[in-house]
Ligand binder design. Structure first.
Ligand code: FAD
Length: 321
């Protein structure tokens, strides 16, 4: 049955995050031939509306409000609930990002709607759709659907292919005024902790370090390799716990879940909790001096050796490309 589906476009520093386009693709599947309506919150973000159209949205609602410049739980939920009241959608899709993870349960609770979080795929199921989502730290997948009422879903970044960008598509981009009551949280400043400026959860390539890097300085060769590859730097919890890097870099069960095209694990043993965050990467390269290290069990390519010798060699070779 054709549905009207709202898709949240996440604006950050004047650009839409890629996951917004992936959410549109998922939203199209949920809509099953119905209307996909993009929603963007921020300050001066109207010009981003058209980009959602080129990626498949049928029309876009933009809410410009200084209180929405940065994400706050109460600001965004007030704004989204007003859009929902106006539009009465049958589906709502957003990225499984720090925003989506926080916002979606709030909205689902308010609407008393079913929420499927962290979906990595959407499949047709007769008149309905089912969402595929990993369980047991990525060891198995389950298929879930919302049986009645509004369908709310978050999609894991880097898993659902966005539609081909089509500049010839056109659609209405309209501005909506919403009434945002006093916010309980005010964002004063955002401090980025990524070393290369590439967002870890959306990175196509990640160079990740474990306790094997031995110190904060030990991350330097990894950062150099990441710079050459245009990659983000990640870490195991072992490296974070040892104080070699910030916890914002942690990948794994209690850190970020990533699915880049290429994951280069340096000095990481491959504990189950780490694998939970990266084992769905498309190609995994492991560098470890212990040939028995568990990381090799998930690696497509393994290099048994000292990362302080191997990583600089890789950097030099990639510089030549
Ligand atoms: P280690 O296990 O100490 O491995 C270091 C590796 O470096 C070894 O394999 C060694 O051979 C190799 N090495 C050493 N020197 C070199 C060198 N010069 N060159 C090449 N290789 C070298 N962990 C996570 O990563 N993410 C999580 O989200 C997470 N969540 C957890 C949640 C819970 C509830 C628990 C209990 C644990 C969690 N952990 C998590 C911790 C996890 O169990 C491991 O302790 C951790 O992943 C180990 O980090 P590591 O691989 O860097 O360190």
């Amino acid at each position: 049955m054709a549905k009207k589906v709202l898709v949240l476009g996440e604006a950050r520093e004047g650009e839409l995050r890629n996951v917004s386009f992936e959410a549109i693709a998922a939203g199209k599947d949920v809509a099953a031939g119905g209307e996909v309506v993009g929603v963007i919150f921020g300050e001066n973000v109207t010009e981003l509306g058209n980009e959602m159209i080129t990626y498949g949205a049928d029309r876009v609602i933009v809410v410009n409000n200084e209180k929405l410049k940065n994400y706050t739980p109460d600001g965004y939920s007030q704004a989204l609930l007003q859009v929902i009241e106006n539009e009465s959608p049958e589906g709502i899709v957003m990225g499984h990002t720090s925003i989506g993870k926080d916002l979606s349960p709030k909205i689902a609770a308010k609407l008393e709607a079913g929420l499927i979080s962290d979906a990595t795929g959407v499949e047709a199921d007769g008149d309905d759709v089912v969402f595929v989502r990993p369980i047991y730290s990525g060891k198995a997948f389950e298929k879930k659907k919302v049986k009645e009422g509004t369908v709310i879903a978050t999609v894991r970044p880097n898993n659902i292919k966005p539609l081909e960008k089509d500049e010839s598509r056109s659609g209405e981009v309209s501005e909506l005024d919403v009434d945002i009551k006093d916010l309980r949280t005010i964002i004063k400043d955002i401090v980025r902790k990524t070393s290369t400026g590439v967002d870890l959860s959306e990175a196509n390539i990640i160079v990740s370090g474990g306790r094997g890097v031995k110190s904060a300085e030990g991350f330097e060769p990894l950062k150099e390799l990441a710079d050459v590859l245009g990659a983000a730097v990640g870490a195991s919890r072992g490296a974070c716990d040892a104080g070699y890097c910030d916890y914002s870099l942690q990948i794994g069960q209690t850190g970020k879940v990533v699915t880049p095209d290429l994951y280069i694990a340096c000095g990481i043993s491959g504990a189950i909790q780490h694998l939970a965050g990266m084992s769905n990467s498309k190609v995994i390269v492991a560098i470890n001096k212990d040939p028995e290290a568990n990381i090799f069990s998930v690696a497509d390519y393994g290099i048994v050796g000292d990362l302080f010798e191997v990583v600089p060699l890789l950097t030099e070779e990639f510089k030549k490309v």
